[in-house]
Design a protein around this ligand. Structure first.
Ligand SMILES: O=C(O)CCC(=O)C(=O)O
Length: 299
């Protein structure tokens, strides 16, 4: 049955023509050529149960314990619900430091998958993006190339729900076909070649998902995620998230993998024993707005 959901500035129903159900690729897992063909067509791969569910839930428990120690969770609710106190704000510090999360993102299931997919050794970025998204939080539409596009063209993101994430909690949404459709050509040639640190422009292309499909094409897709699921996508697939409409935190991690032999974006990997630098000028320099950048690109 179709139900209304909150998607940034829009309220589509799900599933509907405005927000379709993602298709999983579990029937293709034994055939790398088929998987690559599916990725070439859709721009993403949803793998149900790729990670060990118990391990993902252990990472969730560990992250929630770190957040509880910040004093922002409702002590009257079970910890596993991740229910925020009114006005509670989570600090991102240390959320990715738990050993349990590393066992998921550096675990055999995901590394074996990419080893087969790339037909060779895999490098995982040393930086892990972990998210605890509160009520009202959502991610605007963007491609990852603008944040991490200085290395391998085969770099892939793995988005991992840390817990079961329904549409009210607000999981990942991908724009199917945005990486290849003609309608997105100019967007790829302008915005897609941007680098947030070089150009000092905010990375979100828009907070209005309807604008993307109405002007450029493609189709937004999401699903109800279960702990263990993973969505893999490339650097040029536009994606965003649904809005969290609950008083619980939406926990997830996004991590990156590439062929080990190819160059890696220096901001996200350990060098000479030093932790990744992360973004350089983007967060400290004087930012140009996306509106200004888009006017200059004529899109
Ligand atoms: O989890 C989110 O809200 C956004 C994730 C994302 O942008 C990514 O995985 O690249």
């Amino acid at each position: 049955m179709s139900k209304p959901v909150r998607f940034l500035t829009r309220e589509p129903t799900f599933p509907s023509a405005d927000l379709v159900e993602m298709r999983d690729c579990n029937d293709l897992l034994d055939d790398i050529d088929e998987l690559q063909a599916r990725f070439a067509e859709d721009g993403y791969l949803l793998v149900r149960g790729l990670h060990d569910r118990g391990q993902v839930l252990a990472a969730r428990a560990e992250m929630l314990a770190t957040i509880r120690d910040q004093g922002v969770l409702d002590p009257g609710s079970p910890l596993d619900e991740g229910r925020l106190l009114p006005g509670g704000r989570v600090s991102g510090r240390g959320l990715d430091q738990g050993g349990e999360l590393l066992k998921v993102v550096g675990g055999a299931p995901i590394l074996d998958f990419f080893q087969r997919y790339f037909a060779g050794d895999v490098r995982r970025f040393d930086f892990t993006w972990s998210r605890a998204v509160p009520n009202g939080g959502a991610t605007g539409a963007h491609v990852d190339a603008v944040y991490m596009g200085r290395g391998s063209r085969r770099l892939m993101t793995c988005w991992t729900p840390l817990g079961d994430i329904d549409t009210a909690l607000g999981g990942l949404v991908v724009c199917v076909g945005s990486h290849r459709l003609d309608g997105f050509r100019r967007l790829r040639q302008t915005y897609g070649r941007m680098d947030v640190d070089r150009d000092v422009v905010n990375g979100w292309f828009t907070s209005d998902p309807g604008e993307i499909t109405e002007r450029f094409g493609g189709r937004w897709a999401t699903t109800e995620f279960r702990a263990g699921d993973a969505v893999l996508f490339g650097m040029f697939t536009l994606h965003a998230s649904l809005t969290n409409t609950t008083d619980r935190l939406r926990l997830s991690a996004d991590t990156r993998y590439q062929p080990a032999a190819e160059p890696a974006d220096e901001r996200w990997v350990r060098r000479d024993g030093k932790d990744p630098s992360g973004h350089t000028t983007w967060l400290t320099g004087k930012q140009k707005s996306m509106t200004e950048a888009r006017a200059a690109w004529g899109i």
